[in-house]
Design a protein around this ligand. Structure first.
Ligand SMILES: C[S@@+](CC[C@H](N)C(=O)[O-])C[C@H]1O[C@@H](n2cnc3c(N)ncnc32)[C@H](O)[C@@H]1O
Length: 264
């Protein structure tokens, strides 16, 4: 198990942070007044957002269960967020014991809650790192301690790429990570979209936050899967990616796309 501690005074409370806004929208307690105000503004601008984050989290669960069910035994979760029950390791280890997981987030607050992420588990690491520097993440010793890149990996980029601007060159970022993955690896990806409604007001909530919100169209999100083979049903609105039960929302209501793909 690998872990670093951060002190409270390293946590930036001067502006809303995506991890804490998301935690608030999911009903979590690890957030501050200005995160809650941003979350309320977001819900005012995009009333389906709470259902959206729950649907995104449910997609994450179904996708992780699927890829671990195919035999993958290591997960690289970039943009982990604050611990939300069930955590990725709880989901994965329900399917197979011994799944190793490296959690990466660029917000040190996630590291502060590492105890909750790591709870009693070997083969797990928490790393403060930035998706915008993918080569450094692949080489990071705490990632390497957990992930063997010669074996298939499930790479999770769930609800994180929309925090990268075009100037961050997110397609290059994903391609760099893809090229580090062994054949038989998987990409689990979800991304916010404005395809179904005008979301400029929702985006504006992030203007003062620690990262901007960059909505993308279905075609733009699909391009992140270049070099992978998308599994059925392809890139879908998250409630409709292999639902366990009839989705509680109609098509076009939830502004998140999700997909799972395999590296041949
Ligand atoms: C909306 S949360 C998603 C959490 C989790 N993946 C899920 O879908 O339930 C996005 C997370 O991505 C993190 N994040 C944003 N930009 C990042 C970056 N450039 N590098 C690493 N993490 C980032 C945020 O700190 C936040 O914890």
């Amino acid at each position: 198990m690998t872990r670093k501690s951060f002190h409270r005074d390293e946590i930036d409370t001067s502006k809303p942070h995506p991890a804490r806004i998301y935690d608030y929208l999911l009903g979590g307690k690890n957030n501050y007044e200005l995160d809650r105000a941003a979350g309320d503004r977001l819900a005012g601008a995009a009333p389906e957002v709470r259902a959206g984050v729950r649907a995104n989290r449910a997609f994450l669960g179904r996708a992780v269960r699927h890829v671990v069910g195919t035999g993958v035994r290591q997960i690289l979760d970039i943009g982990t967020g604050l611990p939300t029950s069930p955590t990725v390791q709880e989901i994965a280890r329900e399917v197979a014991t011994g799944v190793r997981i490296a959690y990466v987030d660029n917000d040190p607050i996630v590291n502060t809650y590492a105890d909750a992420l790591l709870a009693g588990s070997d083969g797990t690491g928490v790393v403060v790192g930035d998706l915008r520097d993918p080569a450094a993440l692949v080489e990071h010793p705490d990632v390497r301690r957990v992930v063997d890149f010669d074996e298939p990996v499930a790479l999770l980029l769930v609800a994180v790429l929309h925090f990268l601007t075009e100037a961050d060159d997110p397609r290059r970022v994903v391609a760099t990570l893809r090229d580090a993955l062994a054949p038989g690896s998987f990409l689990v990806l979800s991304h916010a979209t404005g395809d179904f409604a005008d979301r400029r007001e929702a985006q504006a909530v992030y203007d003062n936050a620690s990262a901007s919100l960059n909505l993308r169209t279905k075609a733009e999100v699909e391009r992140f899967f270049d070099g992978f083979e998308l599994l059925e049903p392809g890139l879908s609105e998250v409630p409709f990616w292999r639902p366990d039960a009839p989705p509680p929302t109609a098509p076009g209501e939830i502004g998140f796309y999700g997909g799972v793909a395999r590296r041949p």
